[in-house]
Write a protein that binds this ligand. Structure first.
Ligand code: SIN
Length: 290
């Protein structure tokens, strides 16, 4: 279950996916330690590092070890985020002195999604660092996308194997309409990007499902009713408890996930409580491919 290099330990956190890496200060990562972290990330899909003390410079420096960073998406009210750090996306319900939210996604549920999969080349990884956490709620769940593919009924897999699915560009995972987009709930007409439903992970070489999110998803080339039927059948298997790890946050946690073979969602929390997280995203090097 656990592997050890000097004092660094990698310990699985659930039967489905995820591992905690302990004995690491992410402000000081040499090449050997980075190689261990990278291997663990590919093997476990999601990594948890507790007890970190990171400035925005530290967070972006560690993130850059994995590759070039994406610019943060525009906030729901059309603003960008942290002054001087265009790569940092703030996930928060807290209001600033001007009465405007300092970040995105509010205090409600964030539904299952893959980050920015409405892009042609979505980020390969995301990191979320916890600065302030409410006393209850706001847990984040991660789901493995390898095992559900293997668990699909044979007829469903055959029906989707060579197909593409539209990754909606209308709504974010909090249900907010993206800046500059006209809202629609018609999956056929909604703006979005097509990706293969079954992709091969470019580093592990393993096949996995690549769904993005359920809202406004559409399997192209099929009547809408057939697309809906297949997507419902797939999603009924994906978010089964045996595929999921739930993370209860502490201040100082950094979670790194592989955006190519996982999805995540967030529980709602009391809007009177404060939650502030800083997120970075590492650019994908390839388009999702079968
Ligand atoms: C996200 O979806 O990137 C944020 C998840 C969270 O707030 O825990």
């Amino acid at each position: 279950m656990a592997s050890t290099t000097l004092e660094v330990r990698v310990t699985r956190v659930s039967a489905a996916l995820g591992a905690e890496v302990s004995g690491v200060d992410l402000r000081h990562v040499d090449d050997a330690l980075f190689a261990l972290i990278h291997r663990a990330w590919i093997d476990h899909q999601v990594l948890l590092f507790r007890g970190q003390s990171l400035s925005d410079d530290d967070l972006t420096a560690f993130s850059r070890r994995f590759g070039a960073l994406d610019q943060a998406p525009i906030q729901e009210n059309g603003r960008r985020f942290v002054e001087g750090y265009p790569e940092i996306y703030v996930v928060s319900n807290v209001l600033g002195a001007d009465g405007q939210p300092i970040g995105s996604l509010g205090a409600g549920e964030a539904t299952w999604h893959t980050d920015m999969s409405y892009l042609e080349q979505p980020p390969k990884a995301s990191m979320l660092y916890a600065l302030e956490i409410p006393p209850a709620g706001g847990d984040t769940e991660f789901v493995d996308m390898y095992a559900p593919l293997a668990a699909l009924p044979r007829d469903v897999r055959a029906a989707i194997e060579a197909r593409q699915v539209k990754h909606d560009g209308t709504y974010n995972s909090g249900g907010y309409v993206r800046a500059g987009v006209t809202p629609t709930d018609d999956p056929v007409a909604a703006p979005g990007t097509l990706h293969p439903i079954v992709c091969t992970h470019p580093e592990s070489g393993r096949p996995c499902l690549y769904l993005g999110r359920r809202r406004n998803a559409y399997i192209t080339g099929l009547p809408l009713a057939e697309s809906e039927r297949l997507l419902d059948a797939i999603w009924a298997i994906v978010d089964r408890p045996e595929h999921i790890w739930t993370h209860r946050w502490r201040v100082g946690d950094l979670v790194l996930w592989d955006n190519r073979c996982t999805m995540h969602r967030r529980d709602p929390f009391d809007a009177r409580q404060r939650r502030i997280m800083h997120r970075t995203q590492i650019k994908g090097e390839t388009r999702p491919a079968a």
